[in-house]
Design a protein around this ligand. Sequence first.
Ligand code: ARG
Length: 569
Amino acid sequence: MFEGIAEKARKALIAKYSLENLVVEWRRPQESAHGDIATAVALQIAKRAKKKPQEIAEALCTELKSASDVARVEVAGAGYVNVWLTTEALLKELDMTEAACSPQKQKKGSIIVDYSQPNIAKPLGVHHILSTVIGQSLCNLHRHLGYQVVSWNYIGDWGTQFGKLAVAWQKWGESKPVRQCSLDDLLELYVRFHAEAEKTPALEKEARAAFLKLEQGDSALRVFWEGVVQVTKTSLKEIYDRLHVHFDIDIGESFYEDKMEPILEEGKKKNIFVQGEGGALIVEFSETQKLPPFLVQKGDGATLYATRDLAQIRYRSDTYKPEAILYVVDRAQQLYFQQLFATVERLGWKPPQLEHVVFGRMRFADQTMSTRKGTVLKLEHVLDEAVQRAKTVIAEHRDSIQTDDESVLAEMMGTGALVYGILSQNRKMDLVFDWKNVLALDGNSAPYLQYTHARACSILRKAGPKDTSSLRNVDVFTGYVFTDHERSLIGSLLQFADALEEACVQRLPHTLANYLYGLCQEFNSFYNSEPILKAEEPQRTLRLFLTSLTARVLKTGAELLTLRVPDRM
Ligand code: ARG
């Protein structure tokens, strides 16, 4: 925000106090009575500059008084500097907000986002939604800000569970081809395998043998496996479409089957993969790293999840030369990723920045995460329930909610409520999911955001085709004094670009959600206290412009969070 002023302040302070470098942070004050932007820099540099904060703040005030965009500047409290901007400057700065609504043209580096990552042959469970929507929103944000993004579903399509499924298929599978099975059919077989294996432990051995055969290239098993992959991908696509989730690549673990050998060789040669118990290969870390040994090959020569991840890092680095790879994965794998990344370092590779984007557990406020049978709650069912509940909300508000197509709106509201209910919480914490809150028409929820967007659109429809060109003719606004509500709304709109940047850089979608919530509140209080359509010119044009910019920001922000917003509701 306000680069010109920020730079002037920075340069002046550096020169005056002979500082080497300095970052001056400007924030929008909590209370509008404290100006449009404020900084606590005087307090922060007092020690370094060996001056009283008050004194530094006064000096900064004097400096900024003459800046062209500044209307007023004051020292407050122990050394804060509060700045009020001119009408022209505020209006002009809104261009930045408009620009932030379109994808950035300036090209940045490329990154890979590894997310969703279900293990196939099983339906998605409700917990899969976390990685899926956090990952997708991070892809969207990076793309919007100009990064080249490769969105990657690293599916778990390899491992002994396939042996189990293959054995169950041979023993109890129906006569129809595997491609005609549903995921539920496959899940049933899998569950049956586990039940039977309790009674007949020899089945486990059979399963391992079957997987070994698959690894060795048995053609019948290969056909079966391909069928299972196909069935899973088709059923996944349906849910991903509903969630507006899209992958560029869905190459899973199996792809690395023939890419692990050279890495095992390299590790052995470099003496980093050393003999562990029973002929296994492990990596040992130094005392200071405080990490337990990392298993990269089992005693029987079998590779593991970890071996595939090493091959995956090698392959992605060589093929895409990304700046960073983000792994959006549950907290349960925190230690695992530390070991994995430390191993890469030990191997002396020059990998991109590797980052585990960790998230906590989710629980329902009033429901358990598993079904009565003890299996996980299916994501598809939770989505259906969300839509069903949205229908009830629509029915209960029949007099205030208008829609041309109730089922479209219910789908948008229900899935949106579920997704926003997750993305509006800090991913680093455990998440609590409460149906009442996520579907509330007021509060930090998807329906509130959707309703606010629809309200803004409705005003714009009533206004007819708008012409805001006079806003560009700043003369019209010379001497114009914003009302408090206008000024506050402008202040909130001006923060959009920073909110996007922060959510992206910190990998924290909830900061964007919180920003959008704040904007909704500003807009609604503006709408409730100021006439828009009945205002006099040039105020009417200005207010319509603010309304339309609010609608654009809400829509852009919501879509980056994978939500959709209605024009009418
Ligand atoms: N499929 C794995 C699981 O369910 C998560 C994969 C995460 N990505 C990775 N590159 N390891 O635990």
